[in-house]
Design a protein around this ligand. Sequence first.
Ligand SMILES: Cc1cc2nc3c(=O)[nH]c(=O)nc-3n(C[C@H](O)[C@H](O)[C@H](O)COP(=O)(O)O)c2cc1C
Length: 191
Amino acid sequence: MCSSLTIGFAMTGSFCTFRRVLNVMRELRESGYEIVPIMSFNASSLDTRFGKAEDFRKEIETITGTPVIDTLQAAEPIGPKKLLDVLLIEPCTGNTLAKLAAGIADTPVTLAAKSHLRNGRPLVIAISTNDALAGAAKNIGALQNFKHVYFVPYAQDDPAEKPNSIVARFDMTKAAVQAAAEGKQIEPVLR
Ligand SMILES: Cc1cc2nc3c(=O)[nH]c(=O)nc-3n(C[C@H](O)[C@H](O)[C@H](O)COP(=O)(O)O)c2cc1C
């Protein structure tokens, strides 16, 4: 049943994780899921030391066979047309966590989330931010208490050098998405 799911795969500007996240996208596609790629304005347009925006876009469109949703106009129909079974935000920045917790919908990813949640369908968040145990902690706490919101299990990635940083266990994405599709949070969420 799960292999027929359509998953929105939304990427935000945690650029250092893009390479690992594209491997997850490839794995989900090879498992038979339909993948609809979505990118925040920053994720889709910024060249960084981790790679060029245009190269990432090409690779994503090759993996998924689908054009990237990178505008508000393209993201808006996700809810009304019931386009997605599950929406995954991976990687999810501290910035996007704050917007989601505050109900702000001013990027393709946050609008996709708002539009999708109105159908009562699952949103899965894969955190990647250096301030997860500092400024972003209240937003993670708020989102943990939202209806229809689930998390890819997460852990401190470098407690000695970056004690406030948390990154999702990207290797657990598929299991987390499958659980969320059945209305369940995969446990333990803290790894
Ligand atoms: C090279 C680079 C790496 C970044 N890595 C992260 C990160 O891992 N996590 C994070 O929360 N923000 C990170 N940022 C900051 C975000 O990209 C920034 O807050 C941006 O406004 C996020 O917008 P978005 O959430 O709409 O994609 C990074 C920025 C740059 C330029």
